[in-house]
Every structure is written in structure tokens, then in C-alpha cells.
Design a protein around this ligand. Structure first.
Ligand code: SAH
Length: 219
């Protein structure tokens, strides 16, 4: 591993390990998720100036009014998505920094991730390449519409909050598929785990969360 990925001081393996212990203490039990997060250098997904805070359990700004999600929430969502077993095809809505994509990649056959801000997508692509991740495909498109050309998906993970569950996304789940998604207005968002149920779906409440809004159309 090169020294930038390895990290030193506040980005060292030891600092990262403290974050993993914190996630464990917070109730994250899935060892596959903890291992993926241990192996993913979060500091390369943000400005170097913020790197010293990369392994704190907080969301941080990534430019364009967007944020890299809090590690605990990344872990919780990934664990909820994987709960019923391994996933072949996964759609992520809201690539942002690319951090969640990097955590998902070793846990899925292939990850498709869509982002509506082009420079964020391009930057994420460079970072994923730097990590040698080859099973993630990034798209510049409106994720509220899903990614019909690659559907159906075994799992869909949404990292920006719509006001209600987008029917287009449910329609792109495979029959056994599940989706983890924050839903609701700013200040009152529910994290939901959704399973298809015939033409409709069932919802499980996972907790209250704070996400940026899912926007309509491209930037
Ligand atoms: N998973 C990201 C979180 C980024 S914040 C990470 O780990 O860093 C949410 C992202 O969703 C932002 O980058 C925002 O631009 C994007 N987004 C918002 N609405 C979208 C839409 N309709 N389609 C695709 N991306 C969207």
C-alpha cells in the first residue's frame, strides 16, 4: 500500500481501529461490514485539510453543499442492506465522495452508483481507481429515476433523502431485493429498510437520520 493510503498519525491504522471499536460499541455487529470499513481509508475521500478528522464519527463537508456520511450511518445502512445475505447487484443513489461506494464494493458483486453533480462523480471515480476498486460503475444521472438500464437490483442504498419512497426505485428491486433509504423533510427523516411485497412494499424503521435532500434532475 502506498503511504497516502496507509495514512500516518490521525489517519493511521491505529486511529482507524478506534473508529471500528466505536462502531462495534454502537451496535454494528456484521463483521463483513466492520472489515470493509477497516480496510477503506476514509481520509482520501475528503479534502486533505479535513483528513485529520476523517476517523471521527461525524459527517463532514465535501463541497457543493454536500457531505460525506457519518461512519456509523454508513455502517448501519450497509449492515441493513446485507442482512439477508450477500448481494450481487447493488445500486447506490448519491455517490458524493465515493466513500460509501468503496465500502460497498468488497461486499457486492457489482455496485452501480449515480450522482447528479458531475465533478463529484469524476472525483469519486479517481479515488476508487486509486484504491484499485474495479467492480463499481459510476453514472452522472438523476438517481430518483434509478438506473433502469441496469435494473433489477438485489439491493438499493440511497444516501440523499426524498420526501417519500420513490416508486421508480421500488420497481427496480428484484423480487427478493431490499432498499435502505432515508425519507422525509429536513429535520424529520426516517431511515427505512424496504422489501418488495407483490406490487407494493413493506417498511421497517431503522432510526432517525439527517441527510441532504434528494434533488430533482441534474445539477
Ligand atoms: N454516499 C455519499 C453521501 C453523499 S451526500 C458519501 O459517502 O459521500 C448525497 C449525495 O447525493 C450528494 O453528492 C448529492 O449530490 C447526491 N444527490 C442528491 N440528489 C440526487 C439525485 N437525484 N441523483 C443522484 N444523486 C443525488
Amino acid at each position: 500500500m502506498n503511504s497516502r493510503l496507509q495514512g500516518i498519525g490521525m489517519t493511521s491504522m491505529r486511529t482507524r481501529e478506534r473508529l471500528i471499536q466505536r462502531l462495534r460499541a454502537g451496535g454494528i455487529r456484521d463483521e463483513r461490514v466492520l472489515e470493509a470499513m477497516r480496510q477503506t481509508p476514509r481520509h482520501i475521500f475528503m479534502d486533505e485539510a479535513l483528513g485529520s478528522r476523517a476517523y471521527e464519527d461525524t459527517a463532514l463537508p465535501i463541497g457543493g453543499g454536500q457531505t460525506i456520511s457519518q461512519p456509523y450511518i454508513v455502517a448501519l445502512m450497509t449492515q441493513a442492506l446485507l442482512k439477508d445475505g450477500p448481494l450481487d447487484k447493488v445500486l447506490e443513489v448519491g455517490t458524493g465522495s465515493g466513500y460509501q461506494t468503496a465500502v460497498l464494493a468488497p461486499l457486492a458483486g457489482r455496485v452501480y452508483s449515480v450522482e447528479r453533480i458531475r465533478w463529484l462523480k469524476d472525483q469519486a471515480r479517481r479515488r476508487l481507481a486509486e484504491l484499485g476498486i474495479q467492480n463499481a460503475d459510476l453514472y452522472y444521472s438523476d438517481g430518483g429515476l434509478g438506473l433502469p438500464q441496469r435494473a433489477p437490483f438485489d439491493g438499493i442504498l440511497v444516501t440523499a433523502a426524498p420526501h417519500s419512497v420513490p416508486a421508480a426505485l421500488v420497481a427496480q428491486l428484484s423480487p427478493e431485493g431490499r432498499m435502505v433509504i432515508p425519507v422525509g423533510p429536513r429535520g424529520n427523516q426516517d431511515l427505512l429498510r424496504i422489501r418488495r411485497d407483490g406490487p407494493g412494499w413493506q417498511e421497517e424503521f431503522l432510526g432517525k437520520v439527517v441527510f441532504v435532500p434528494l434533488m430533482d434532475g441534474l445539477d
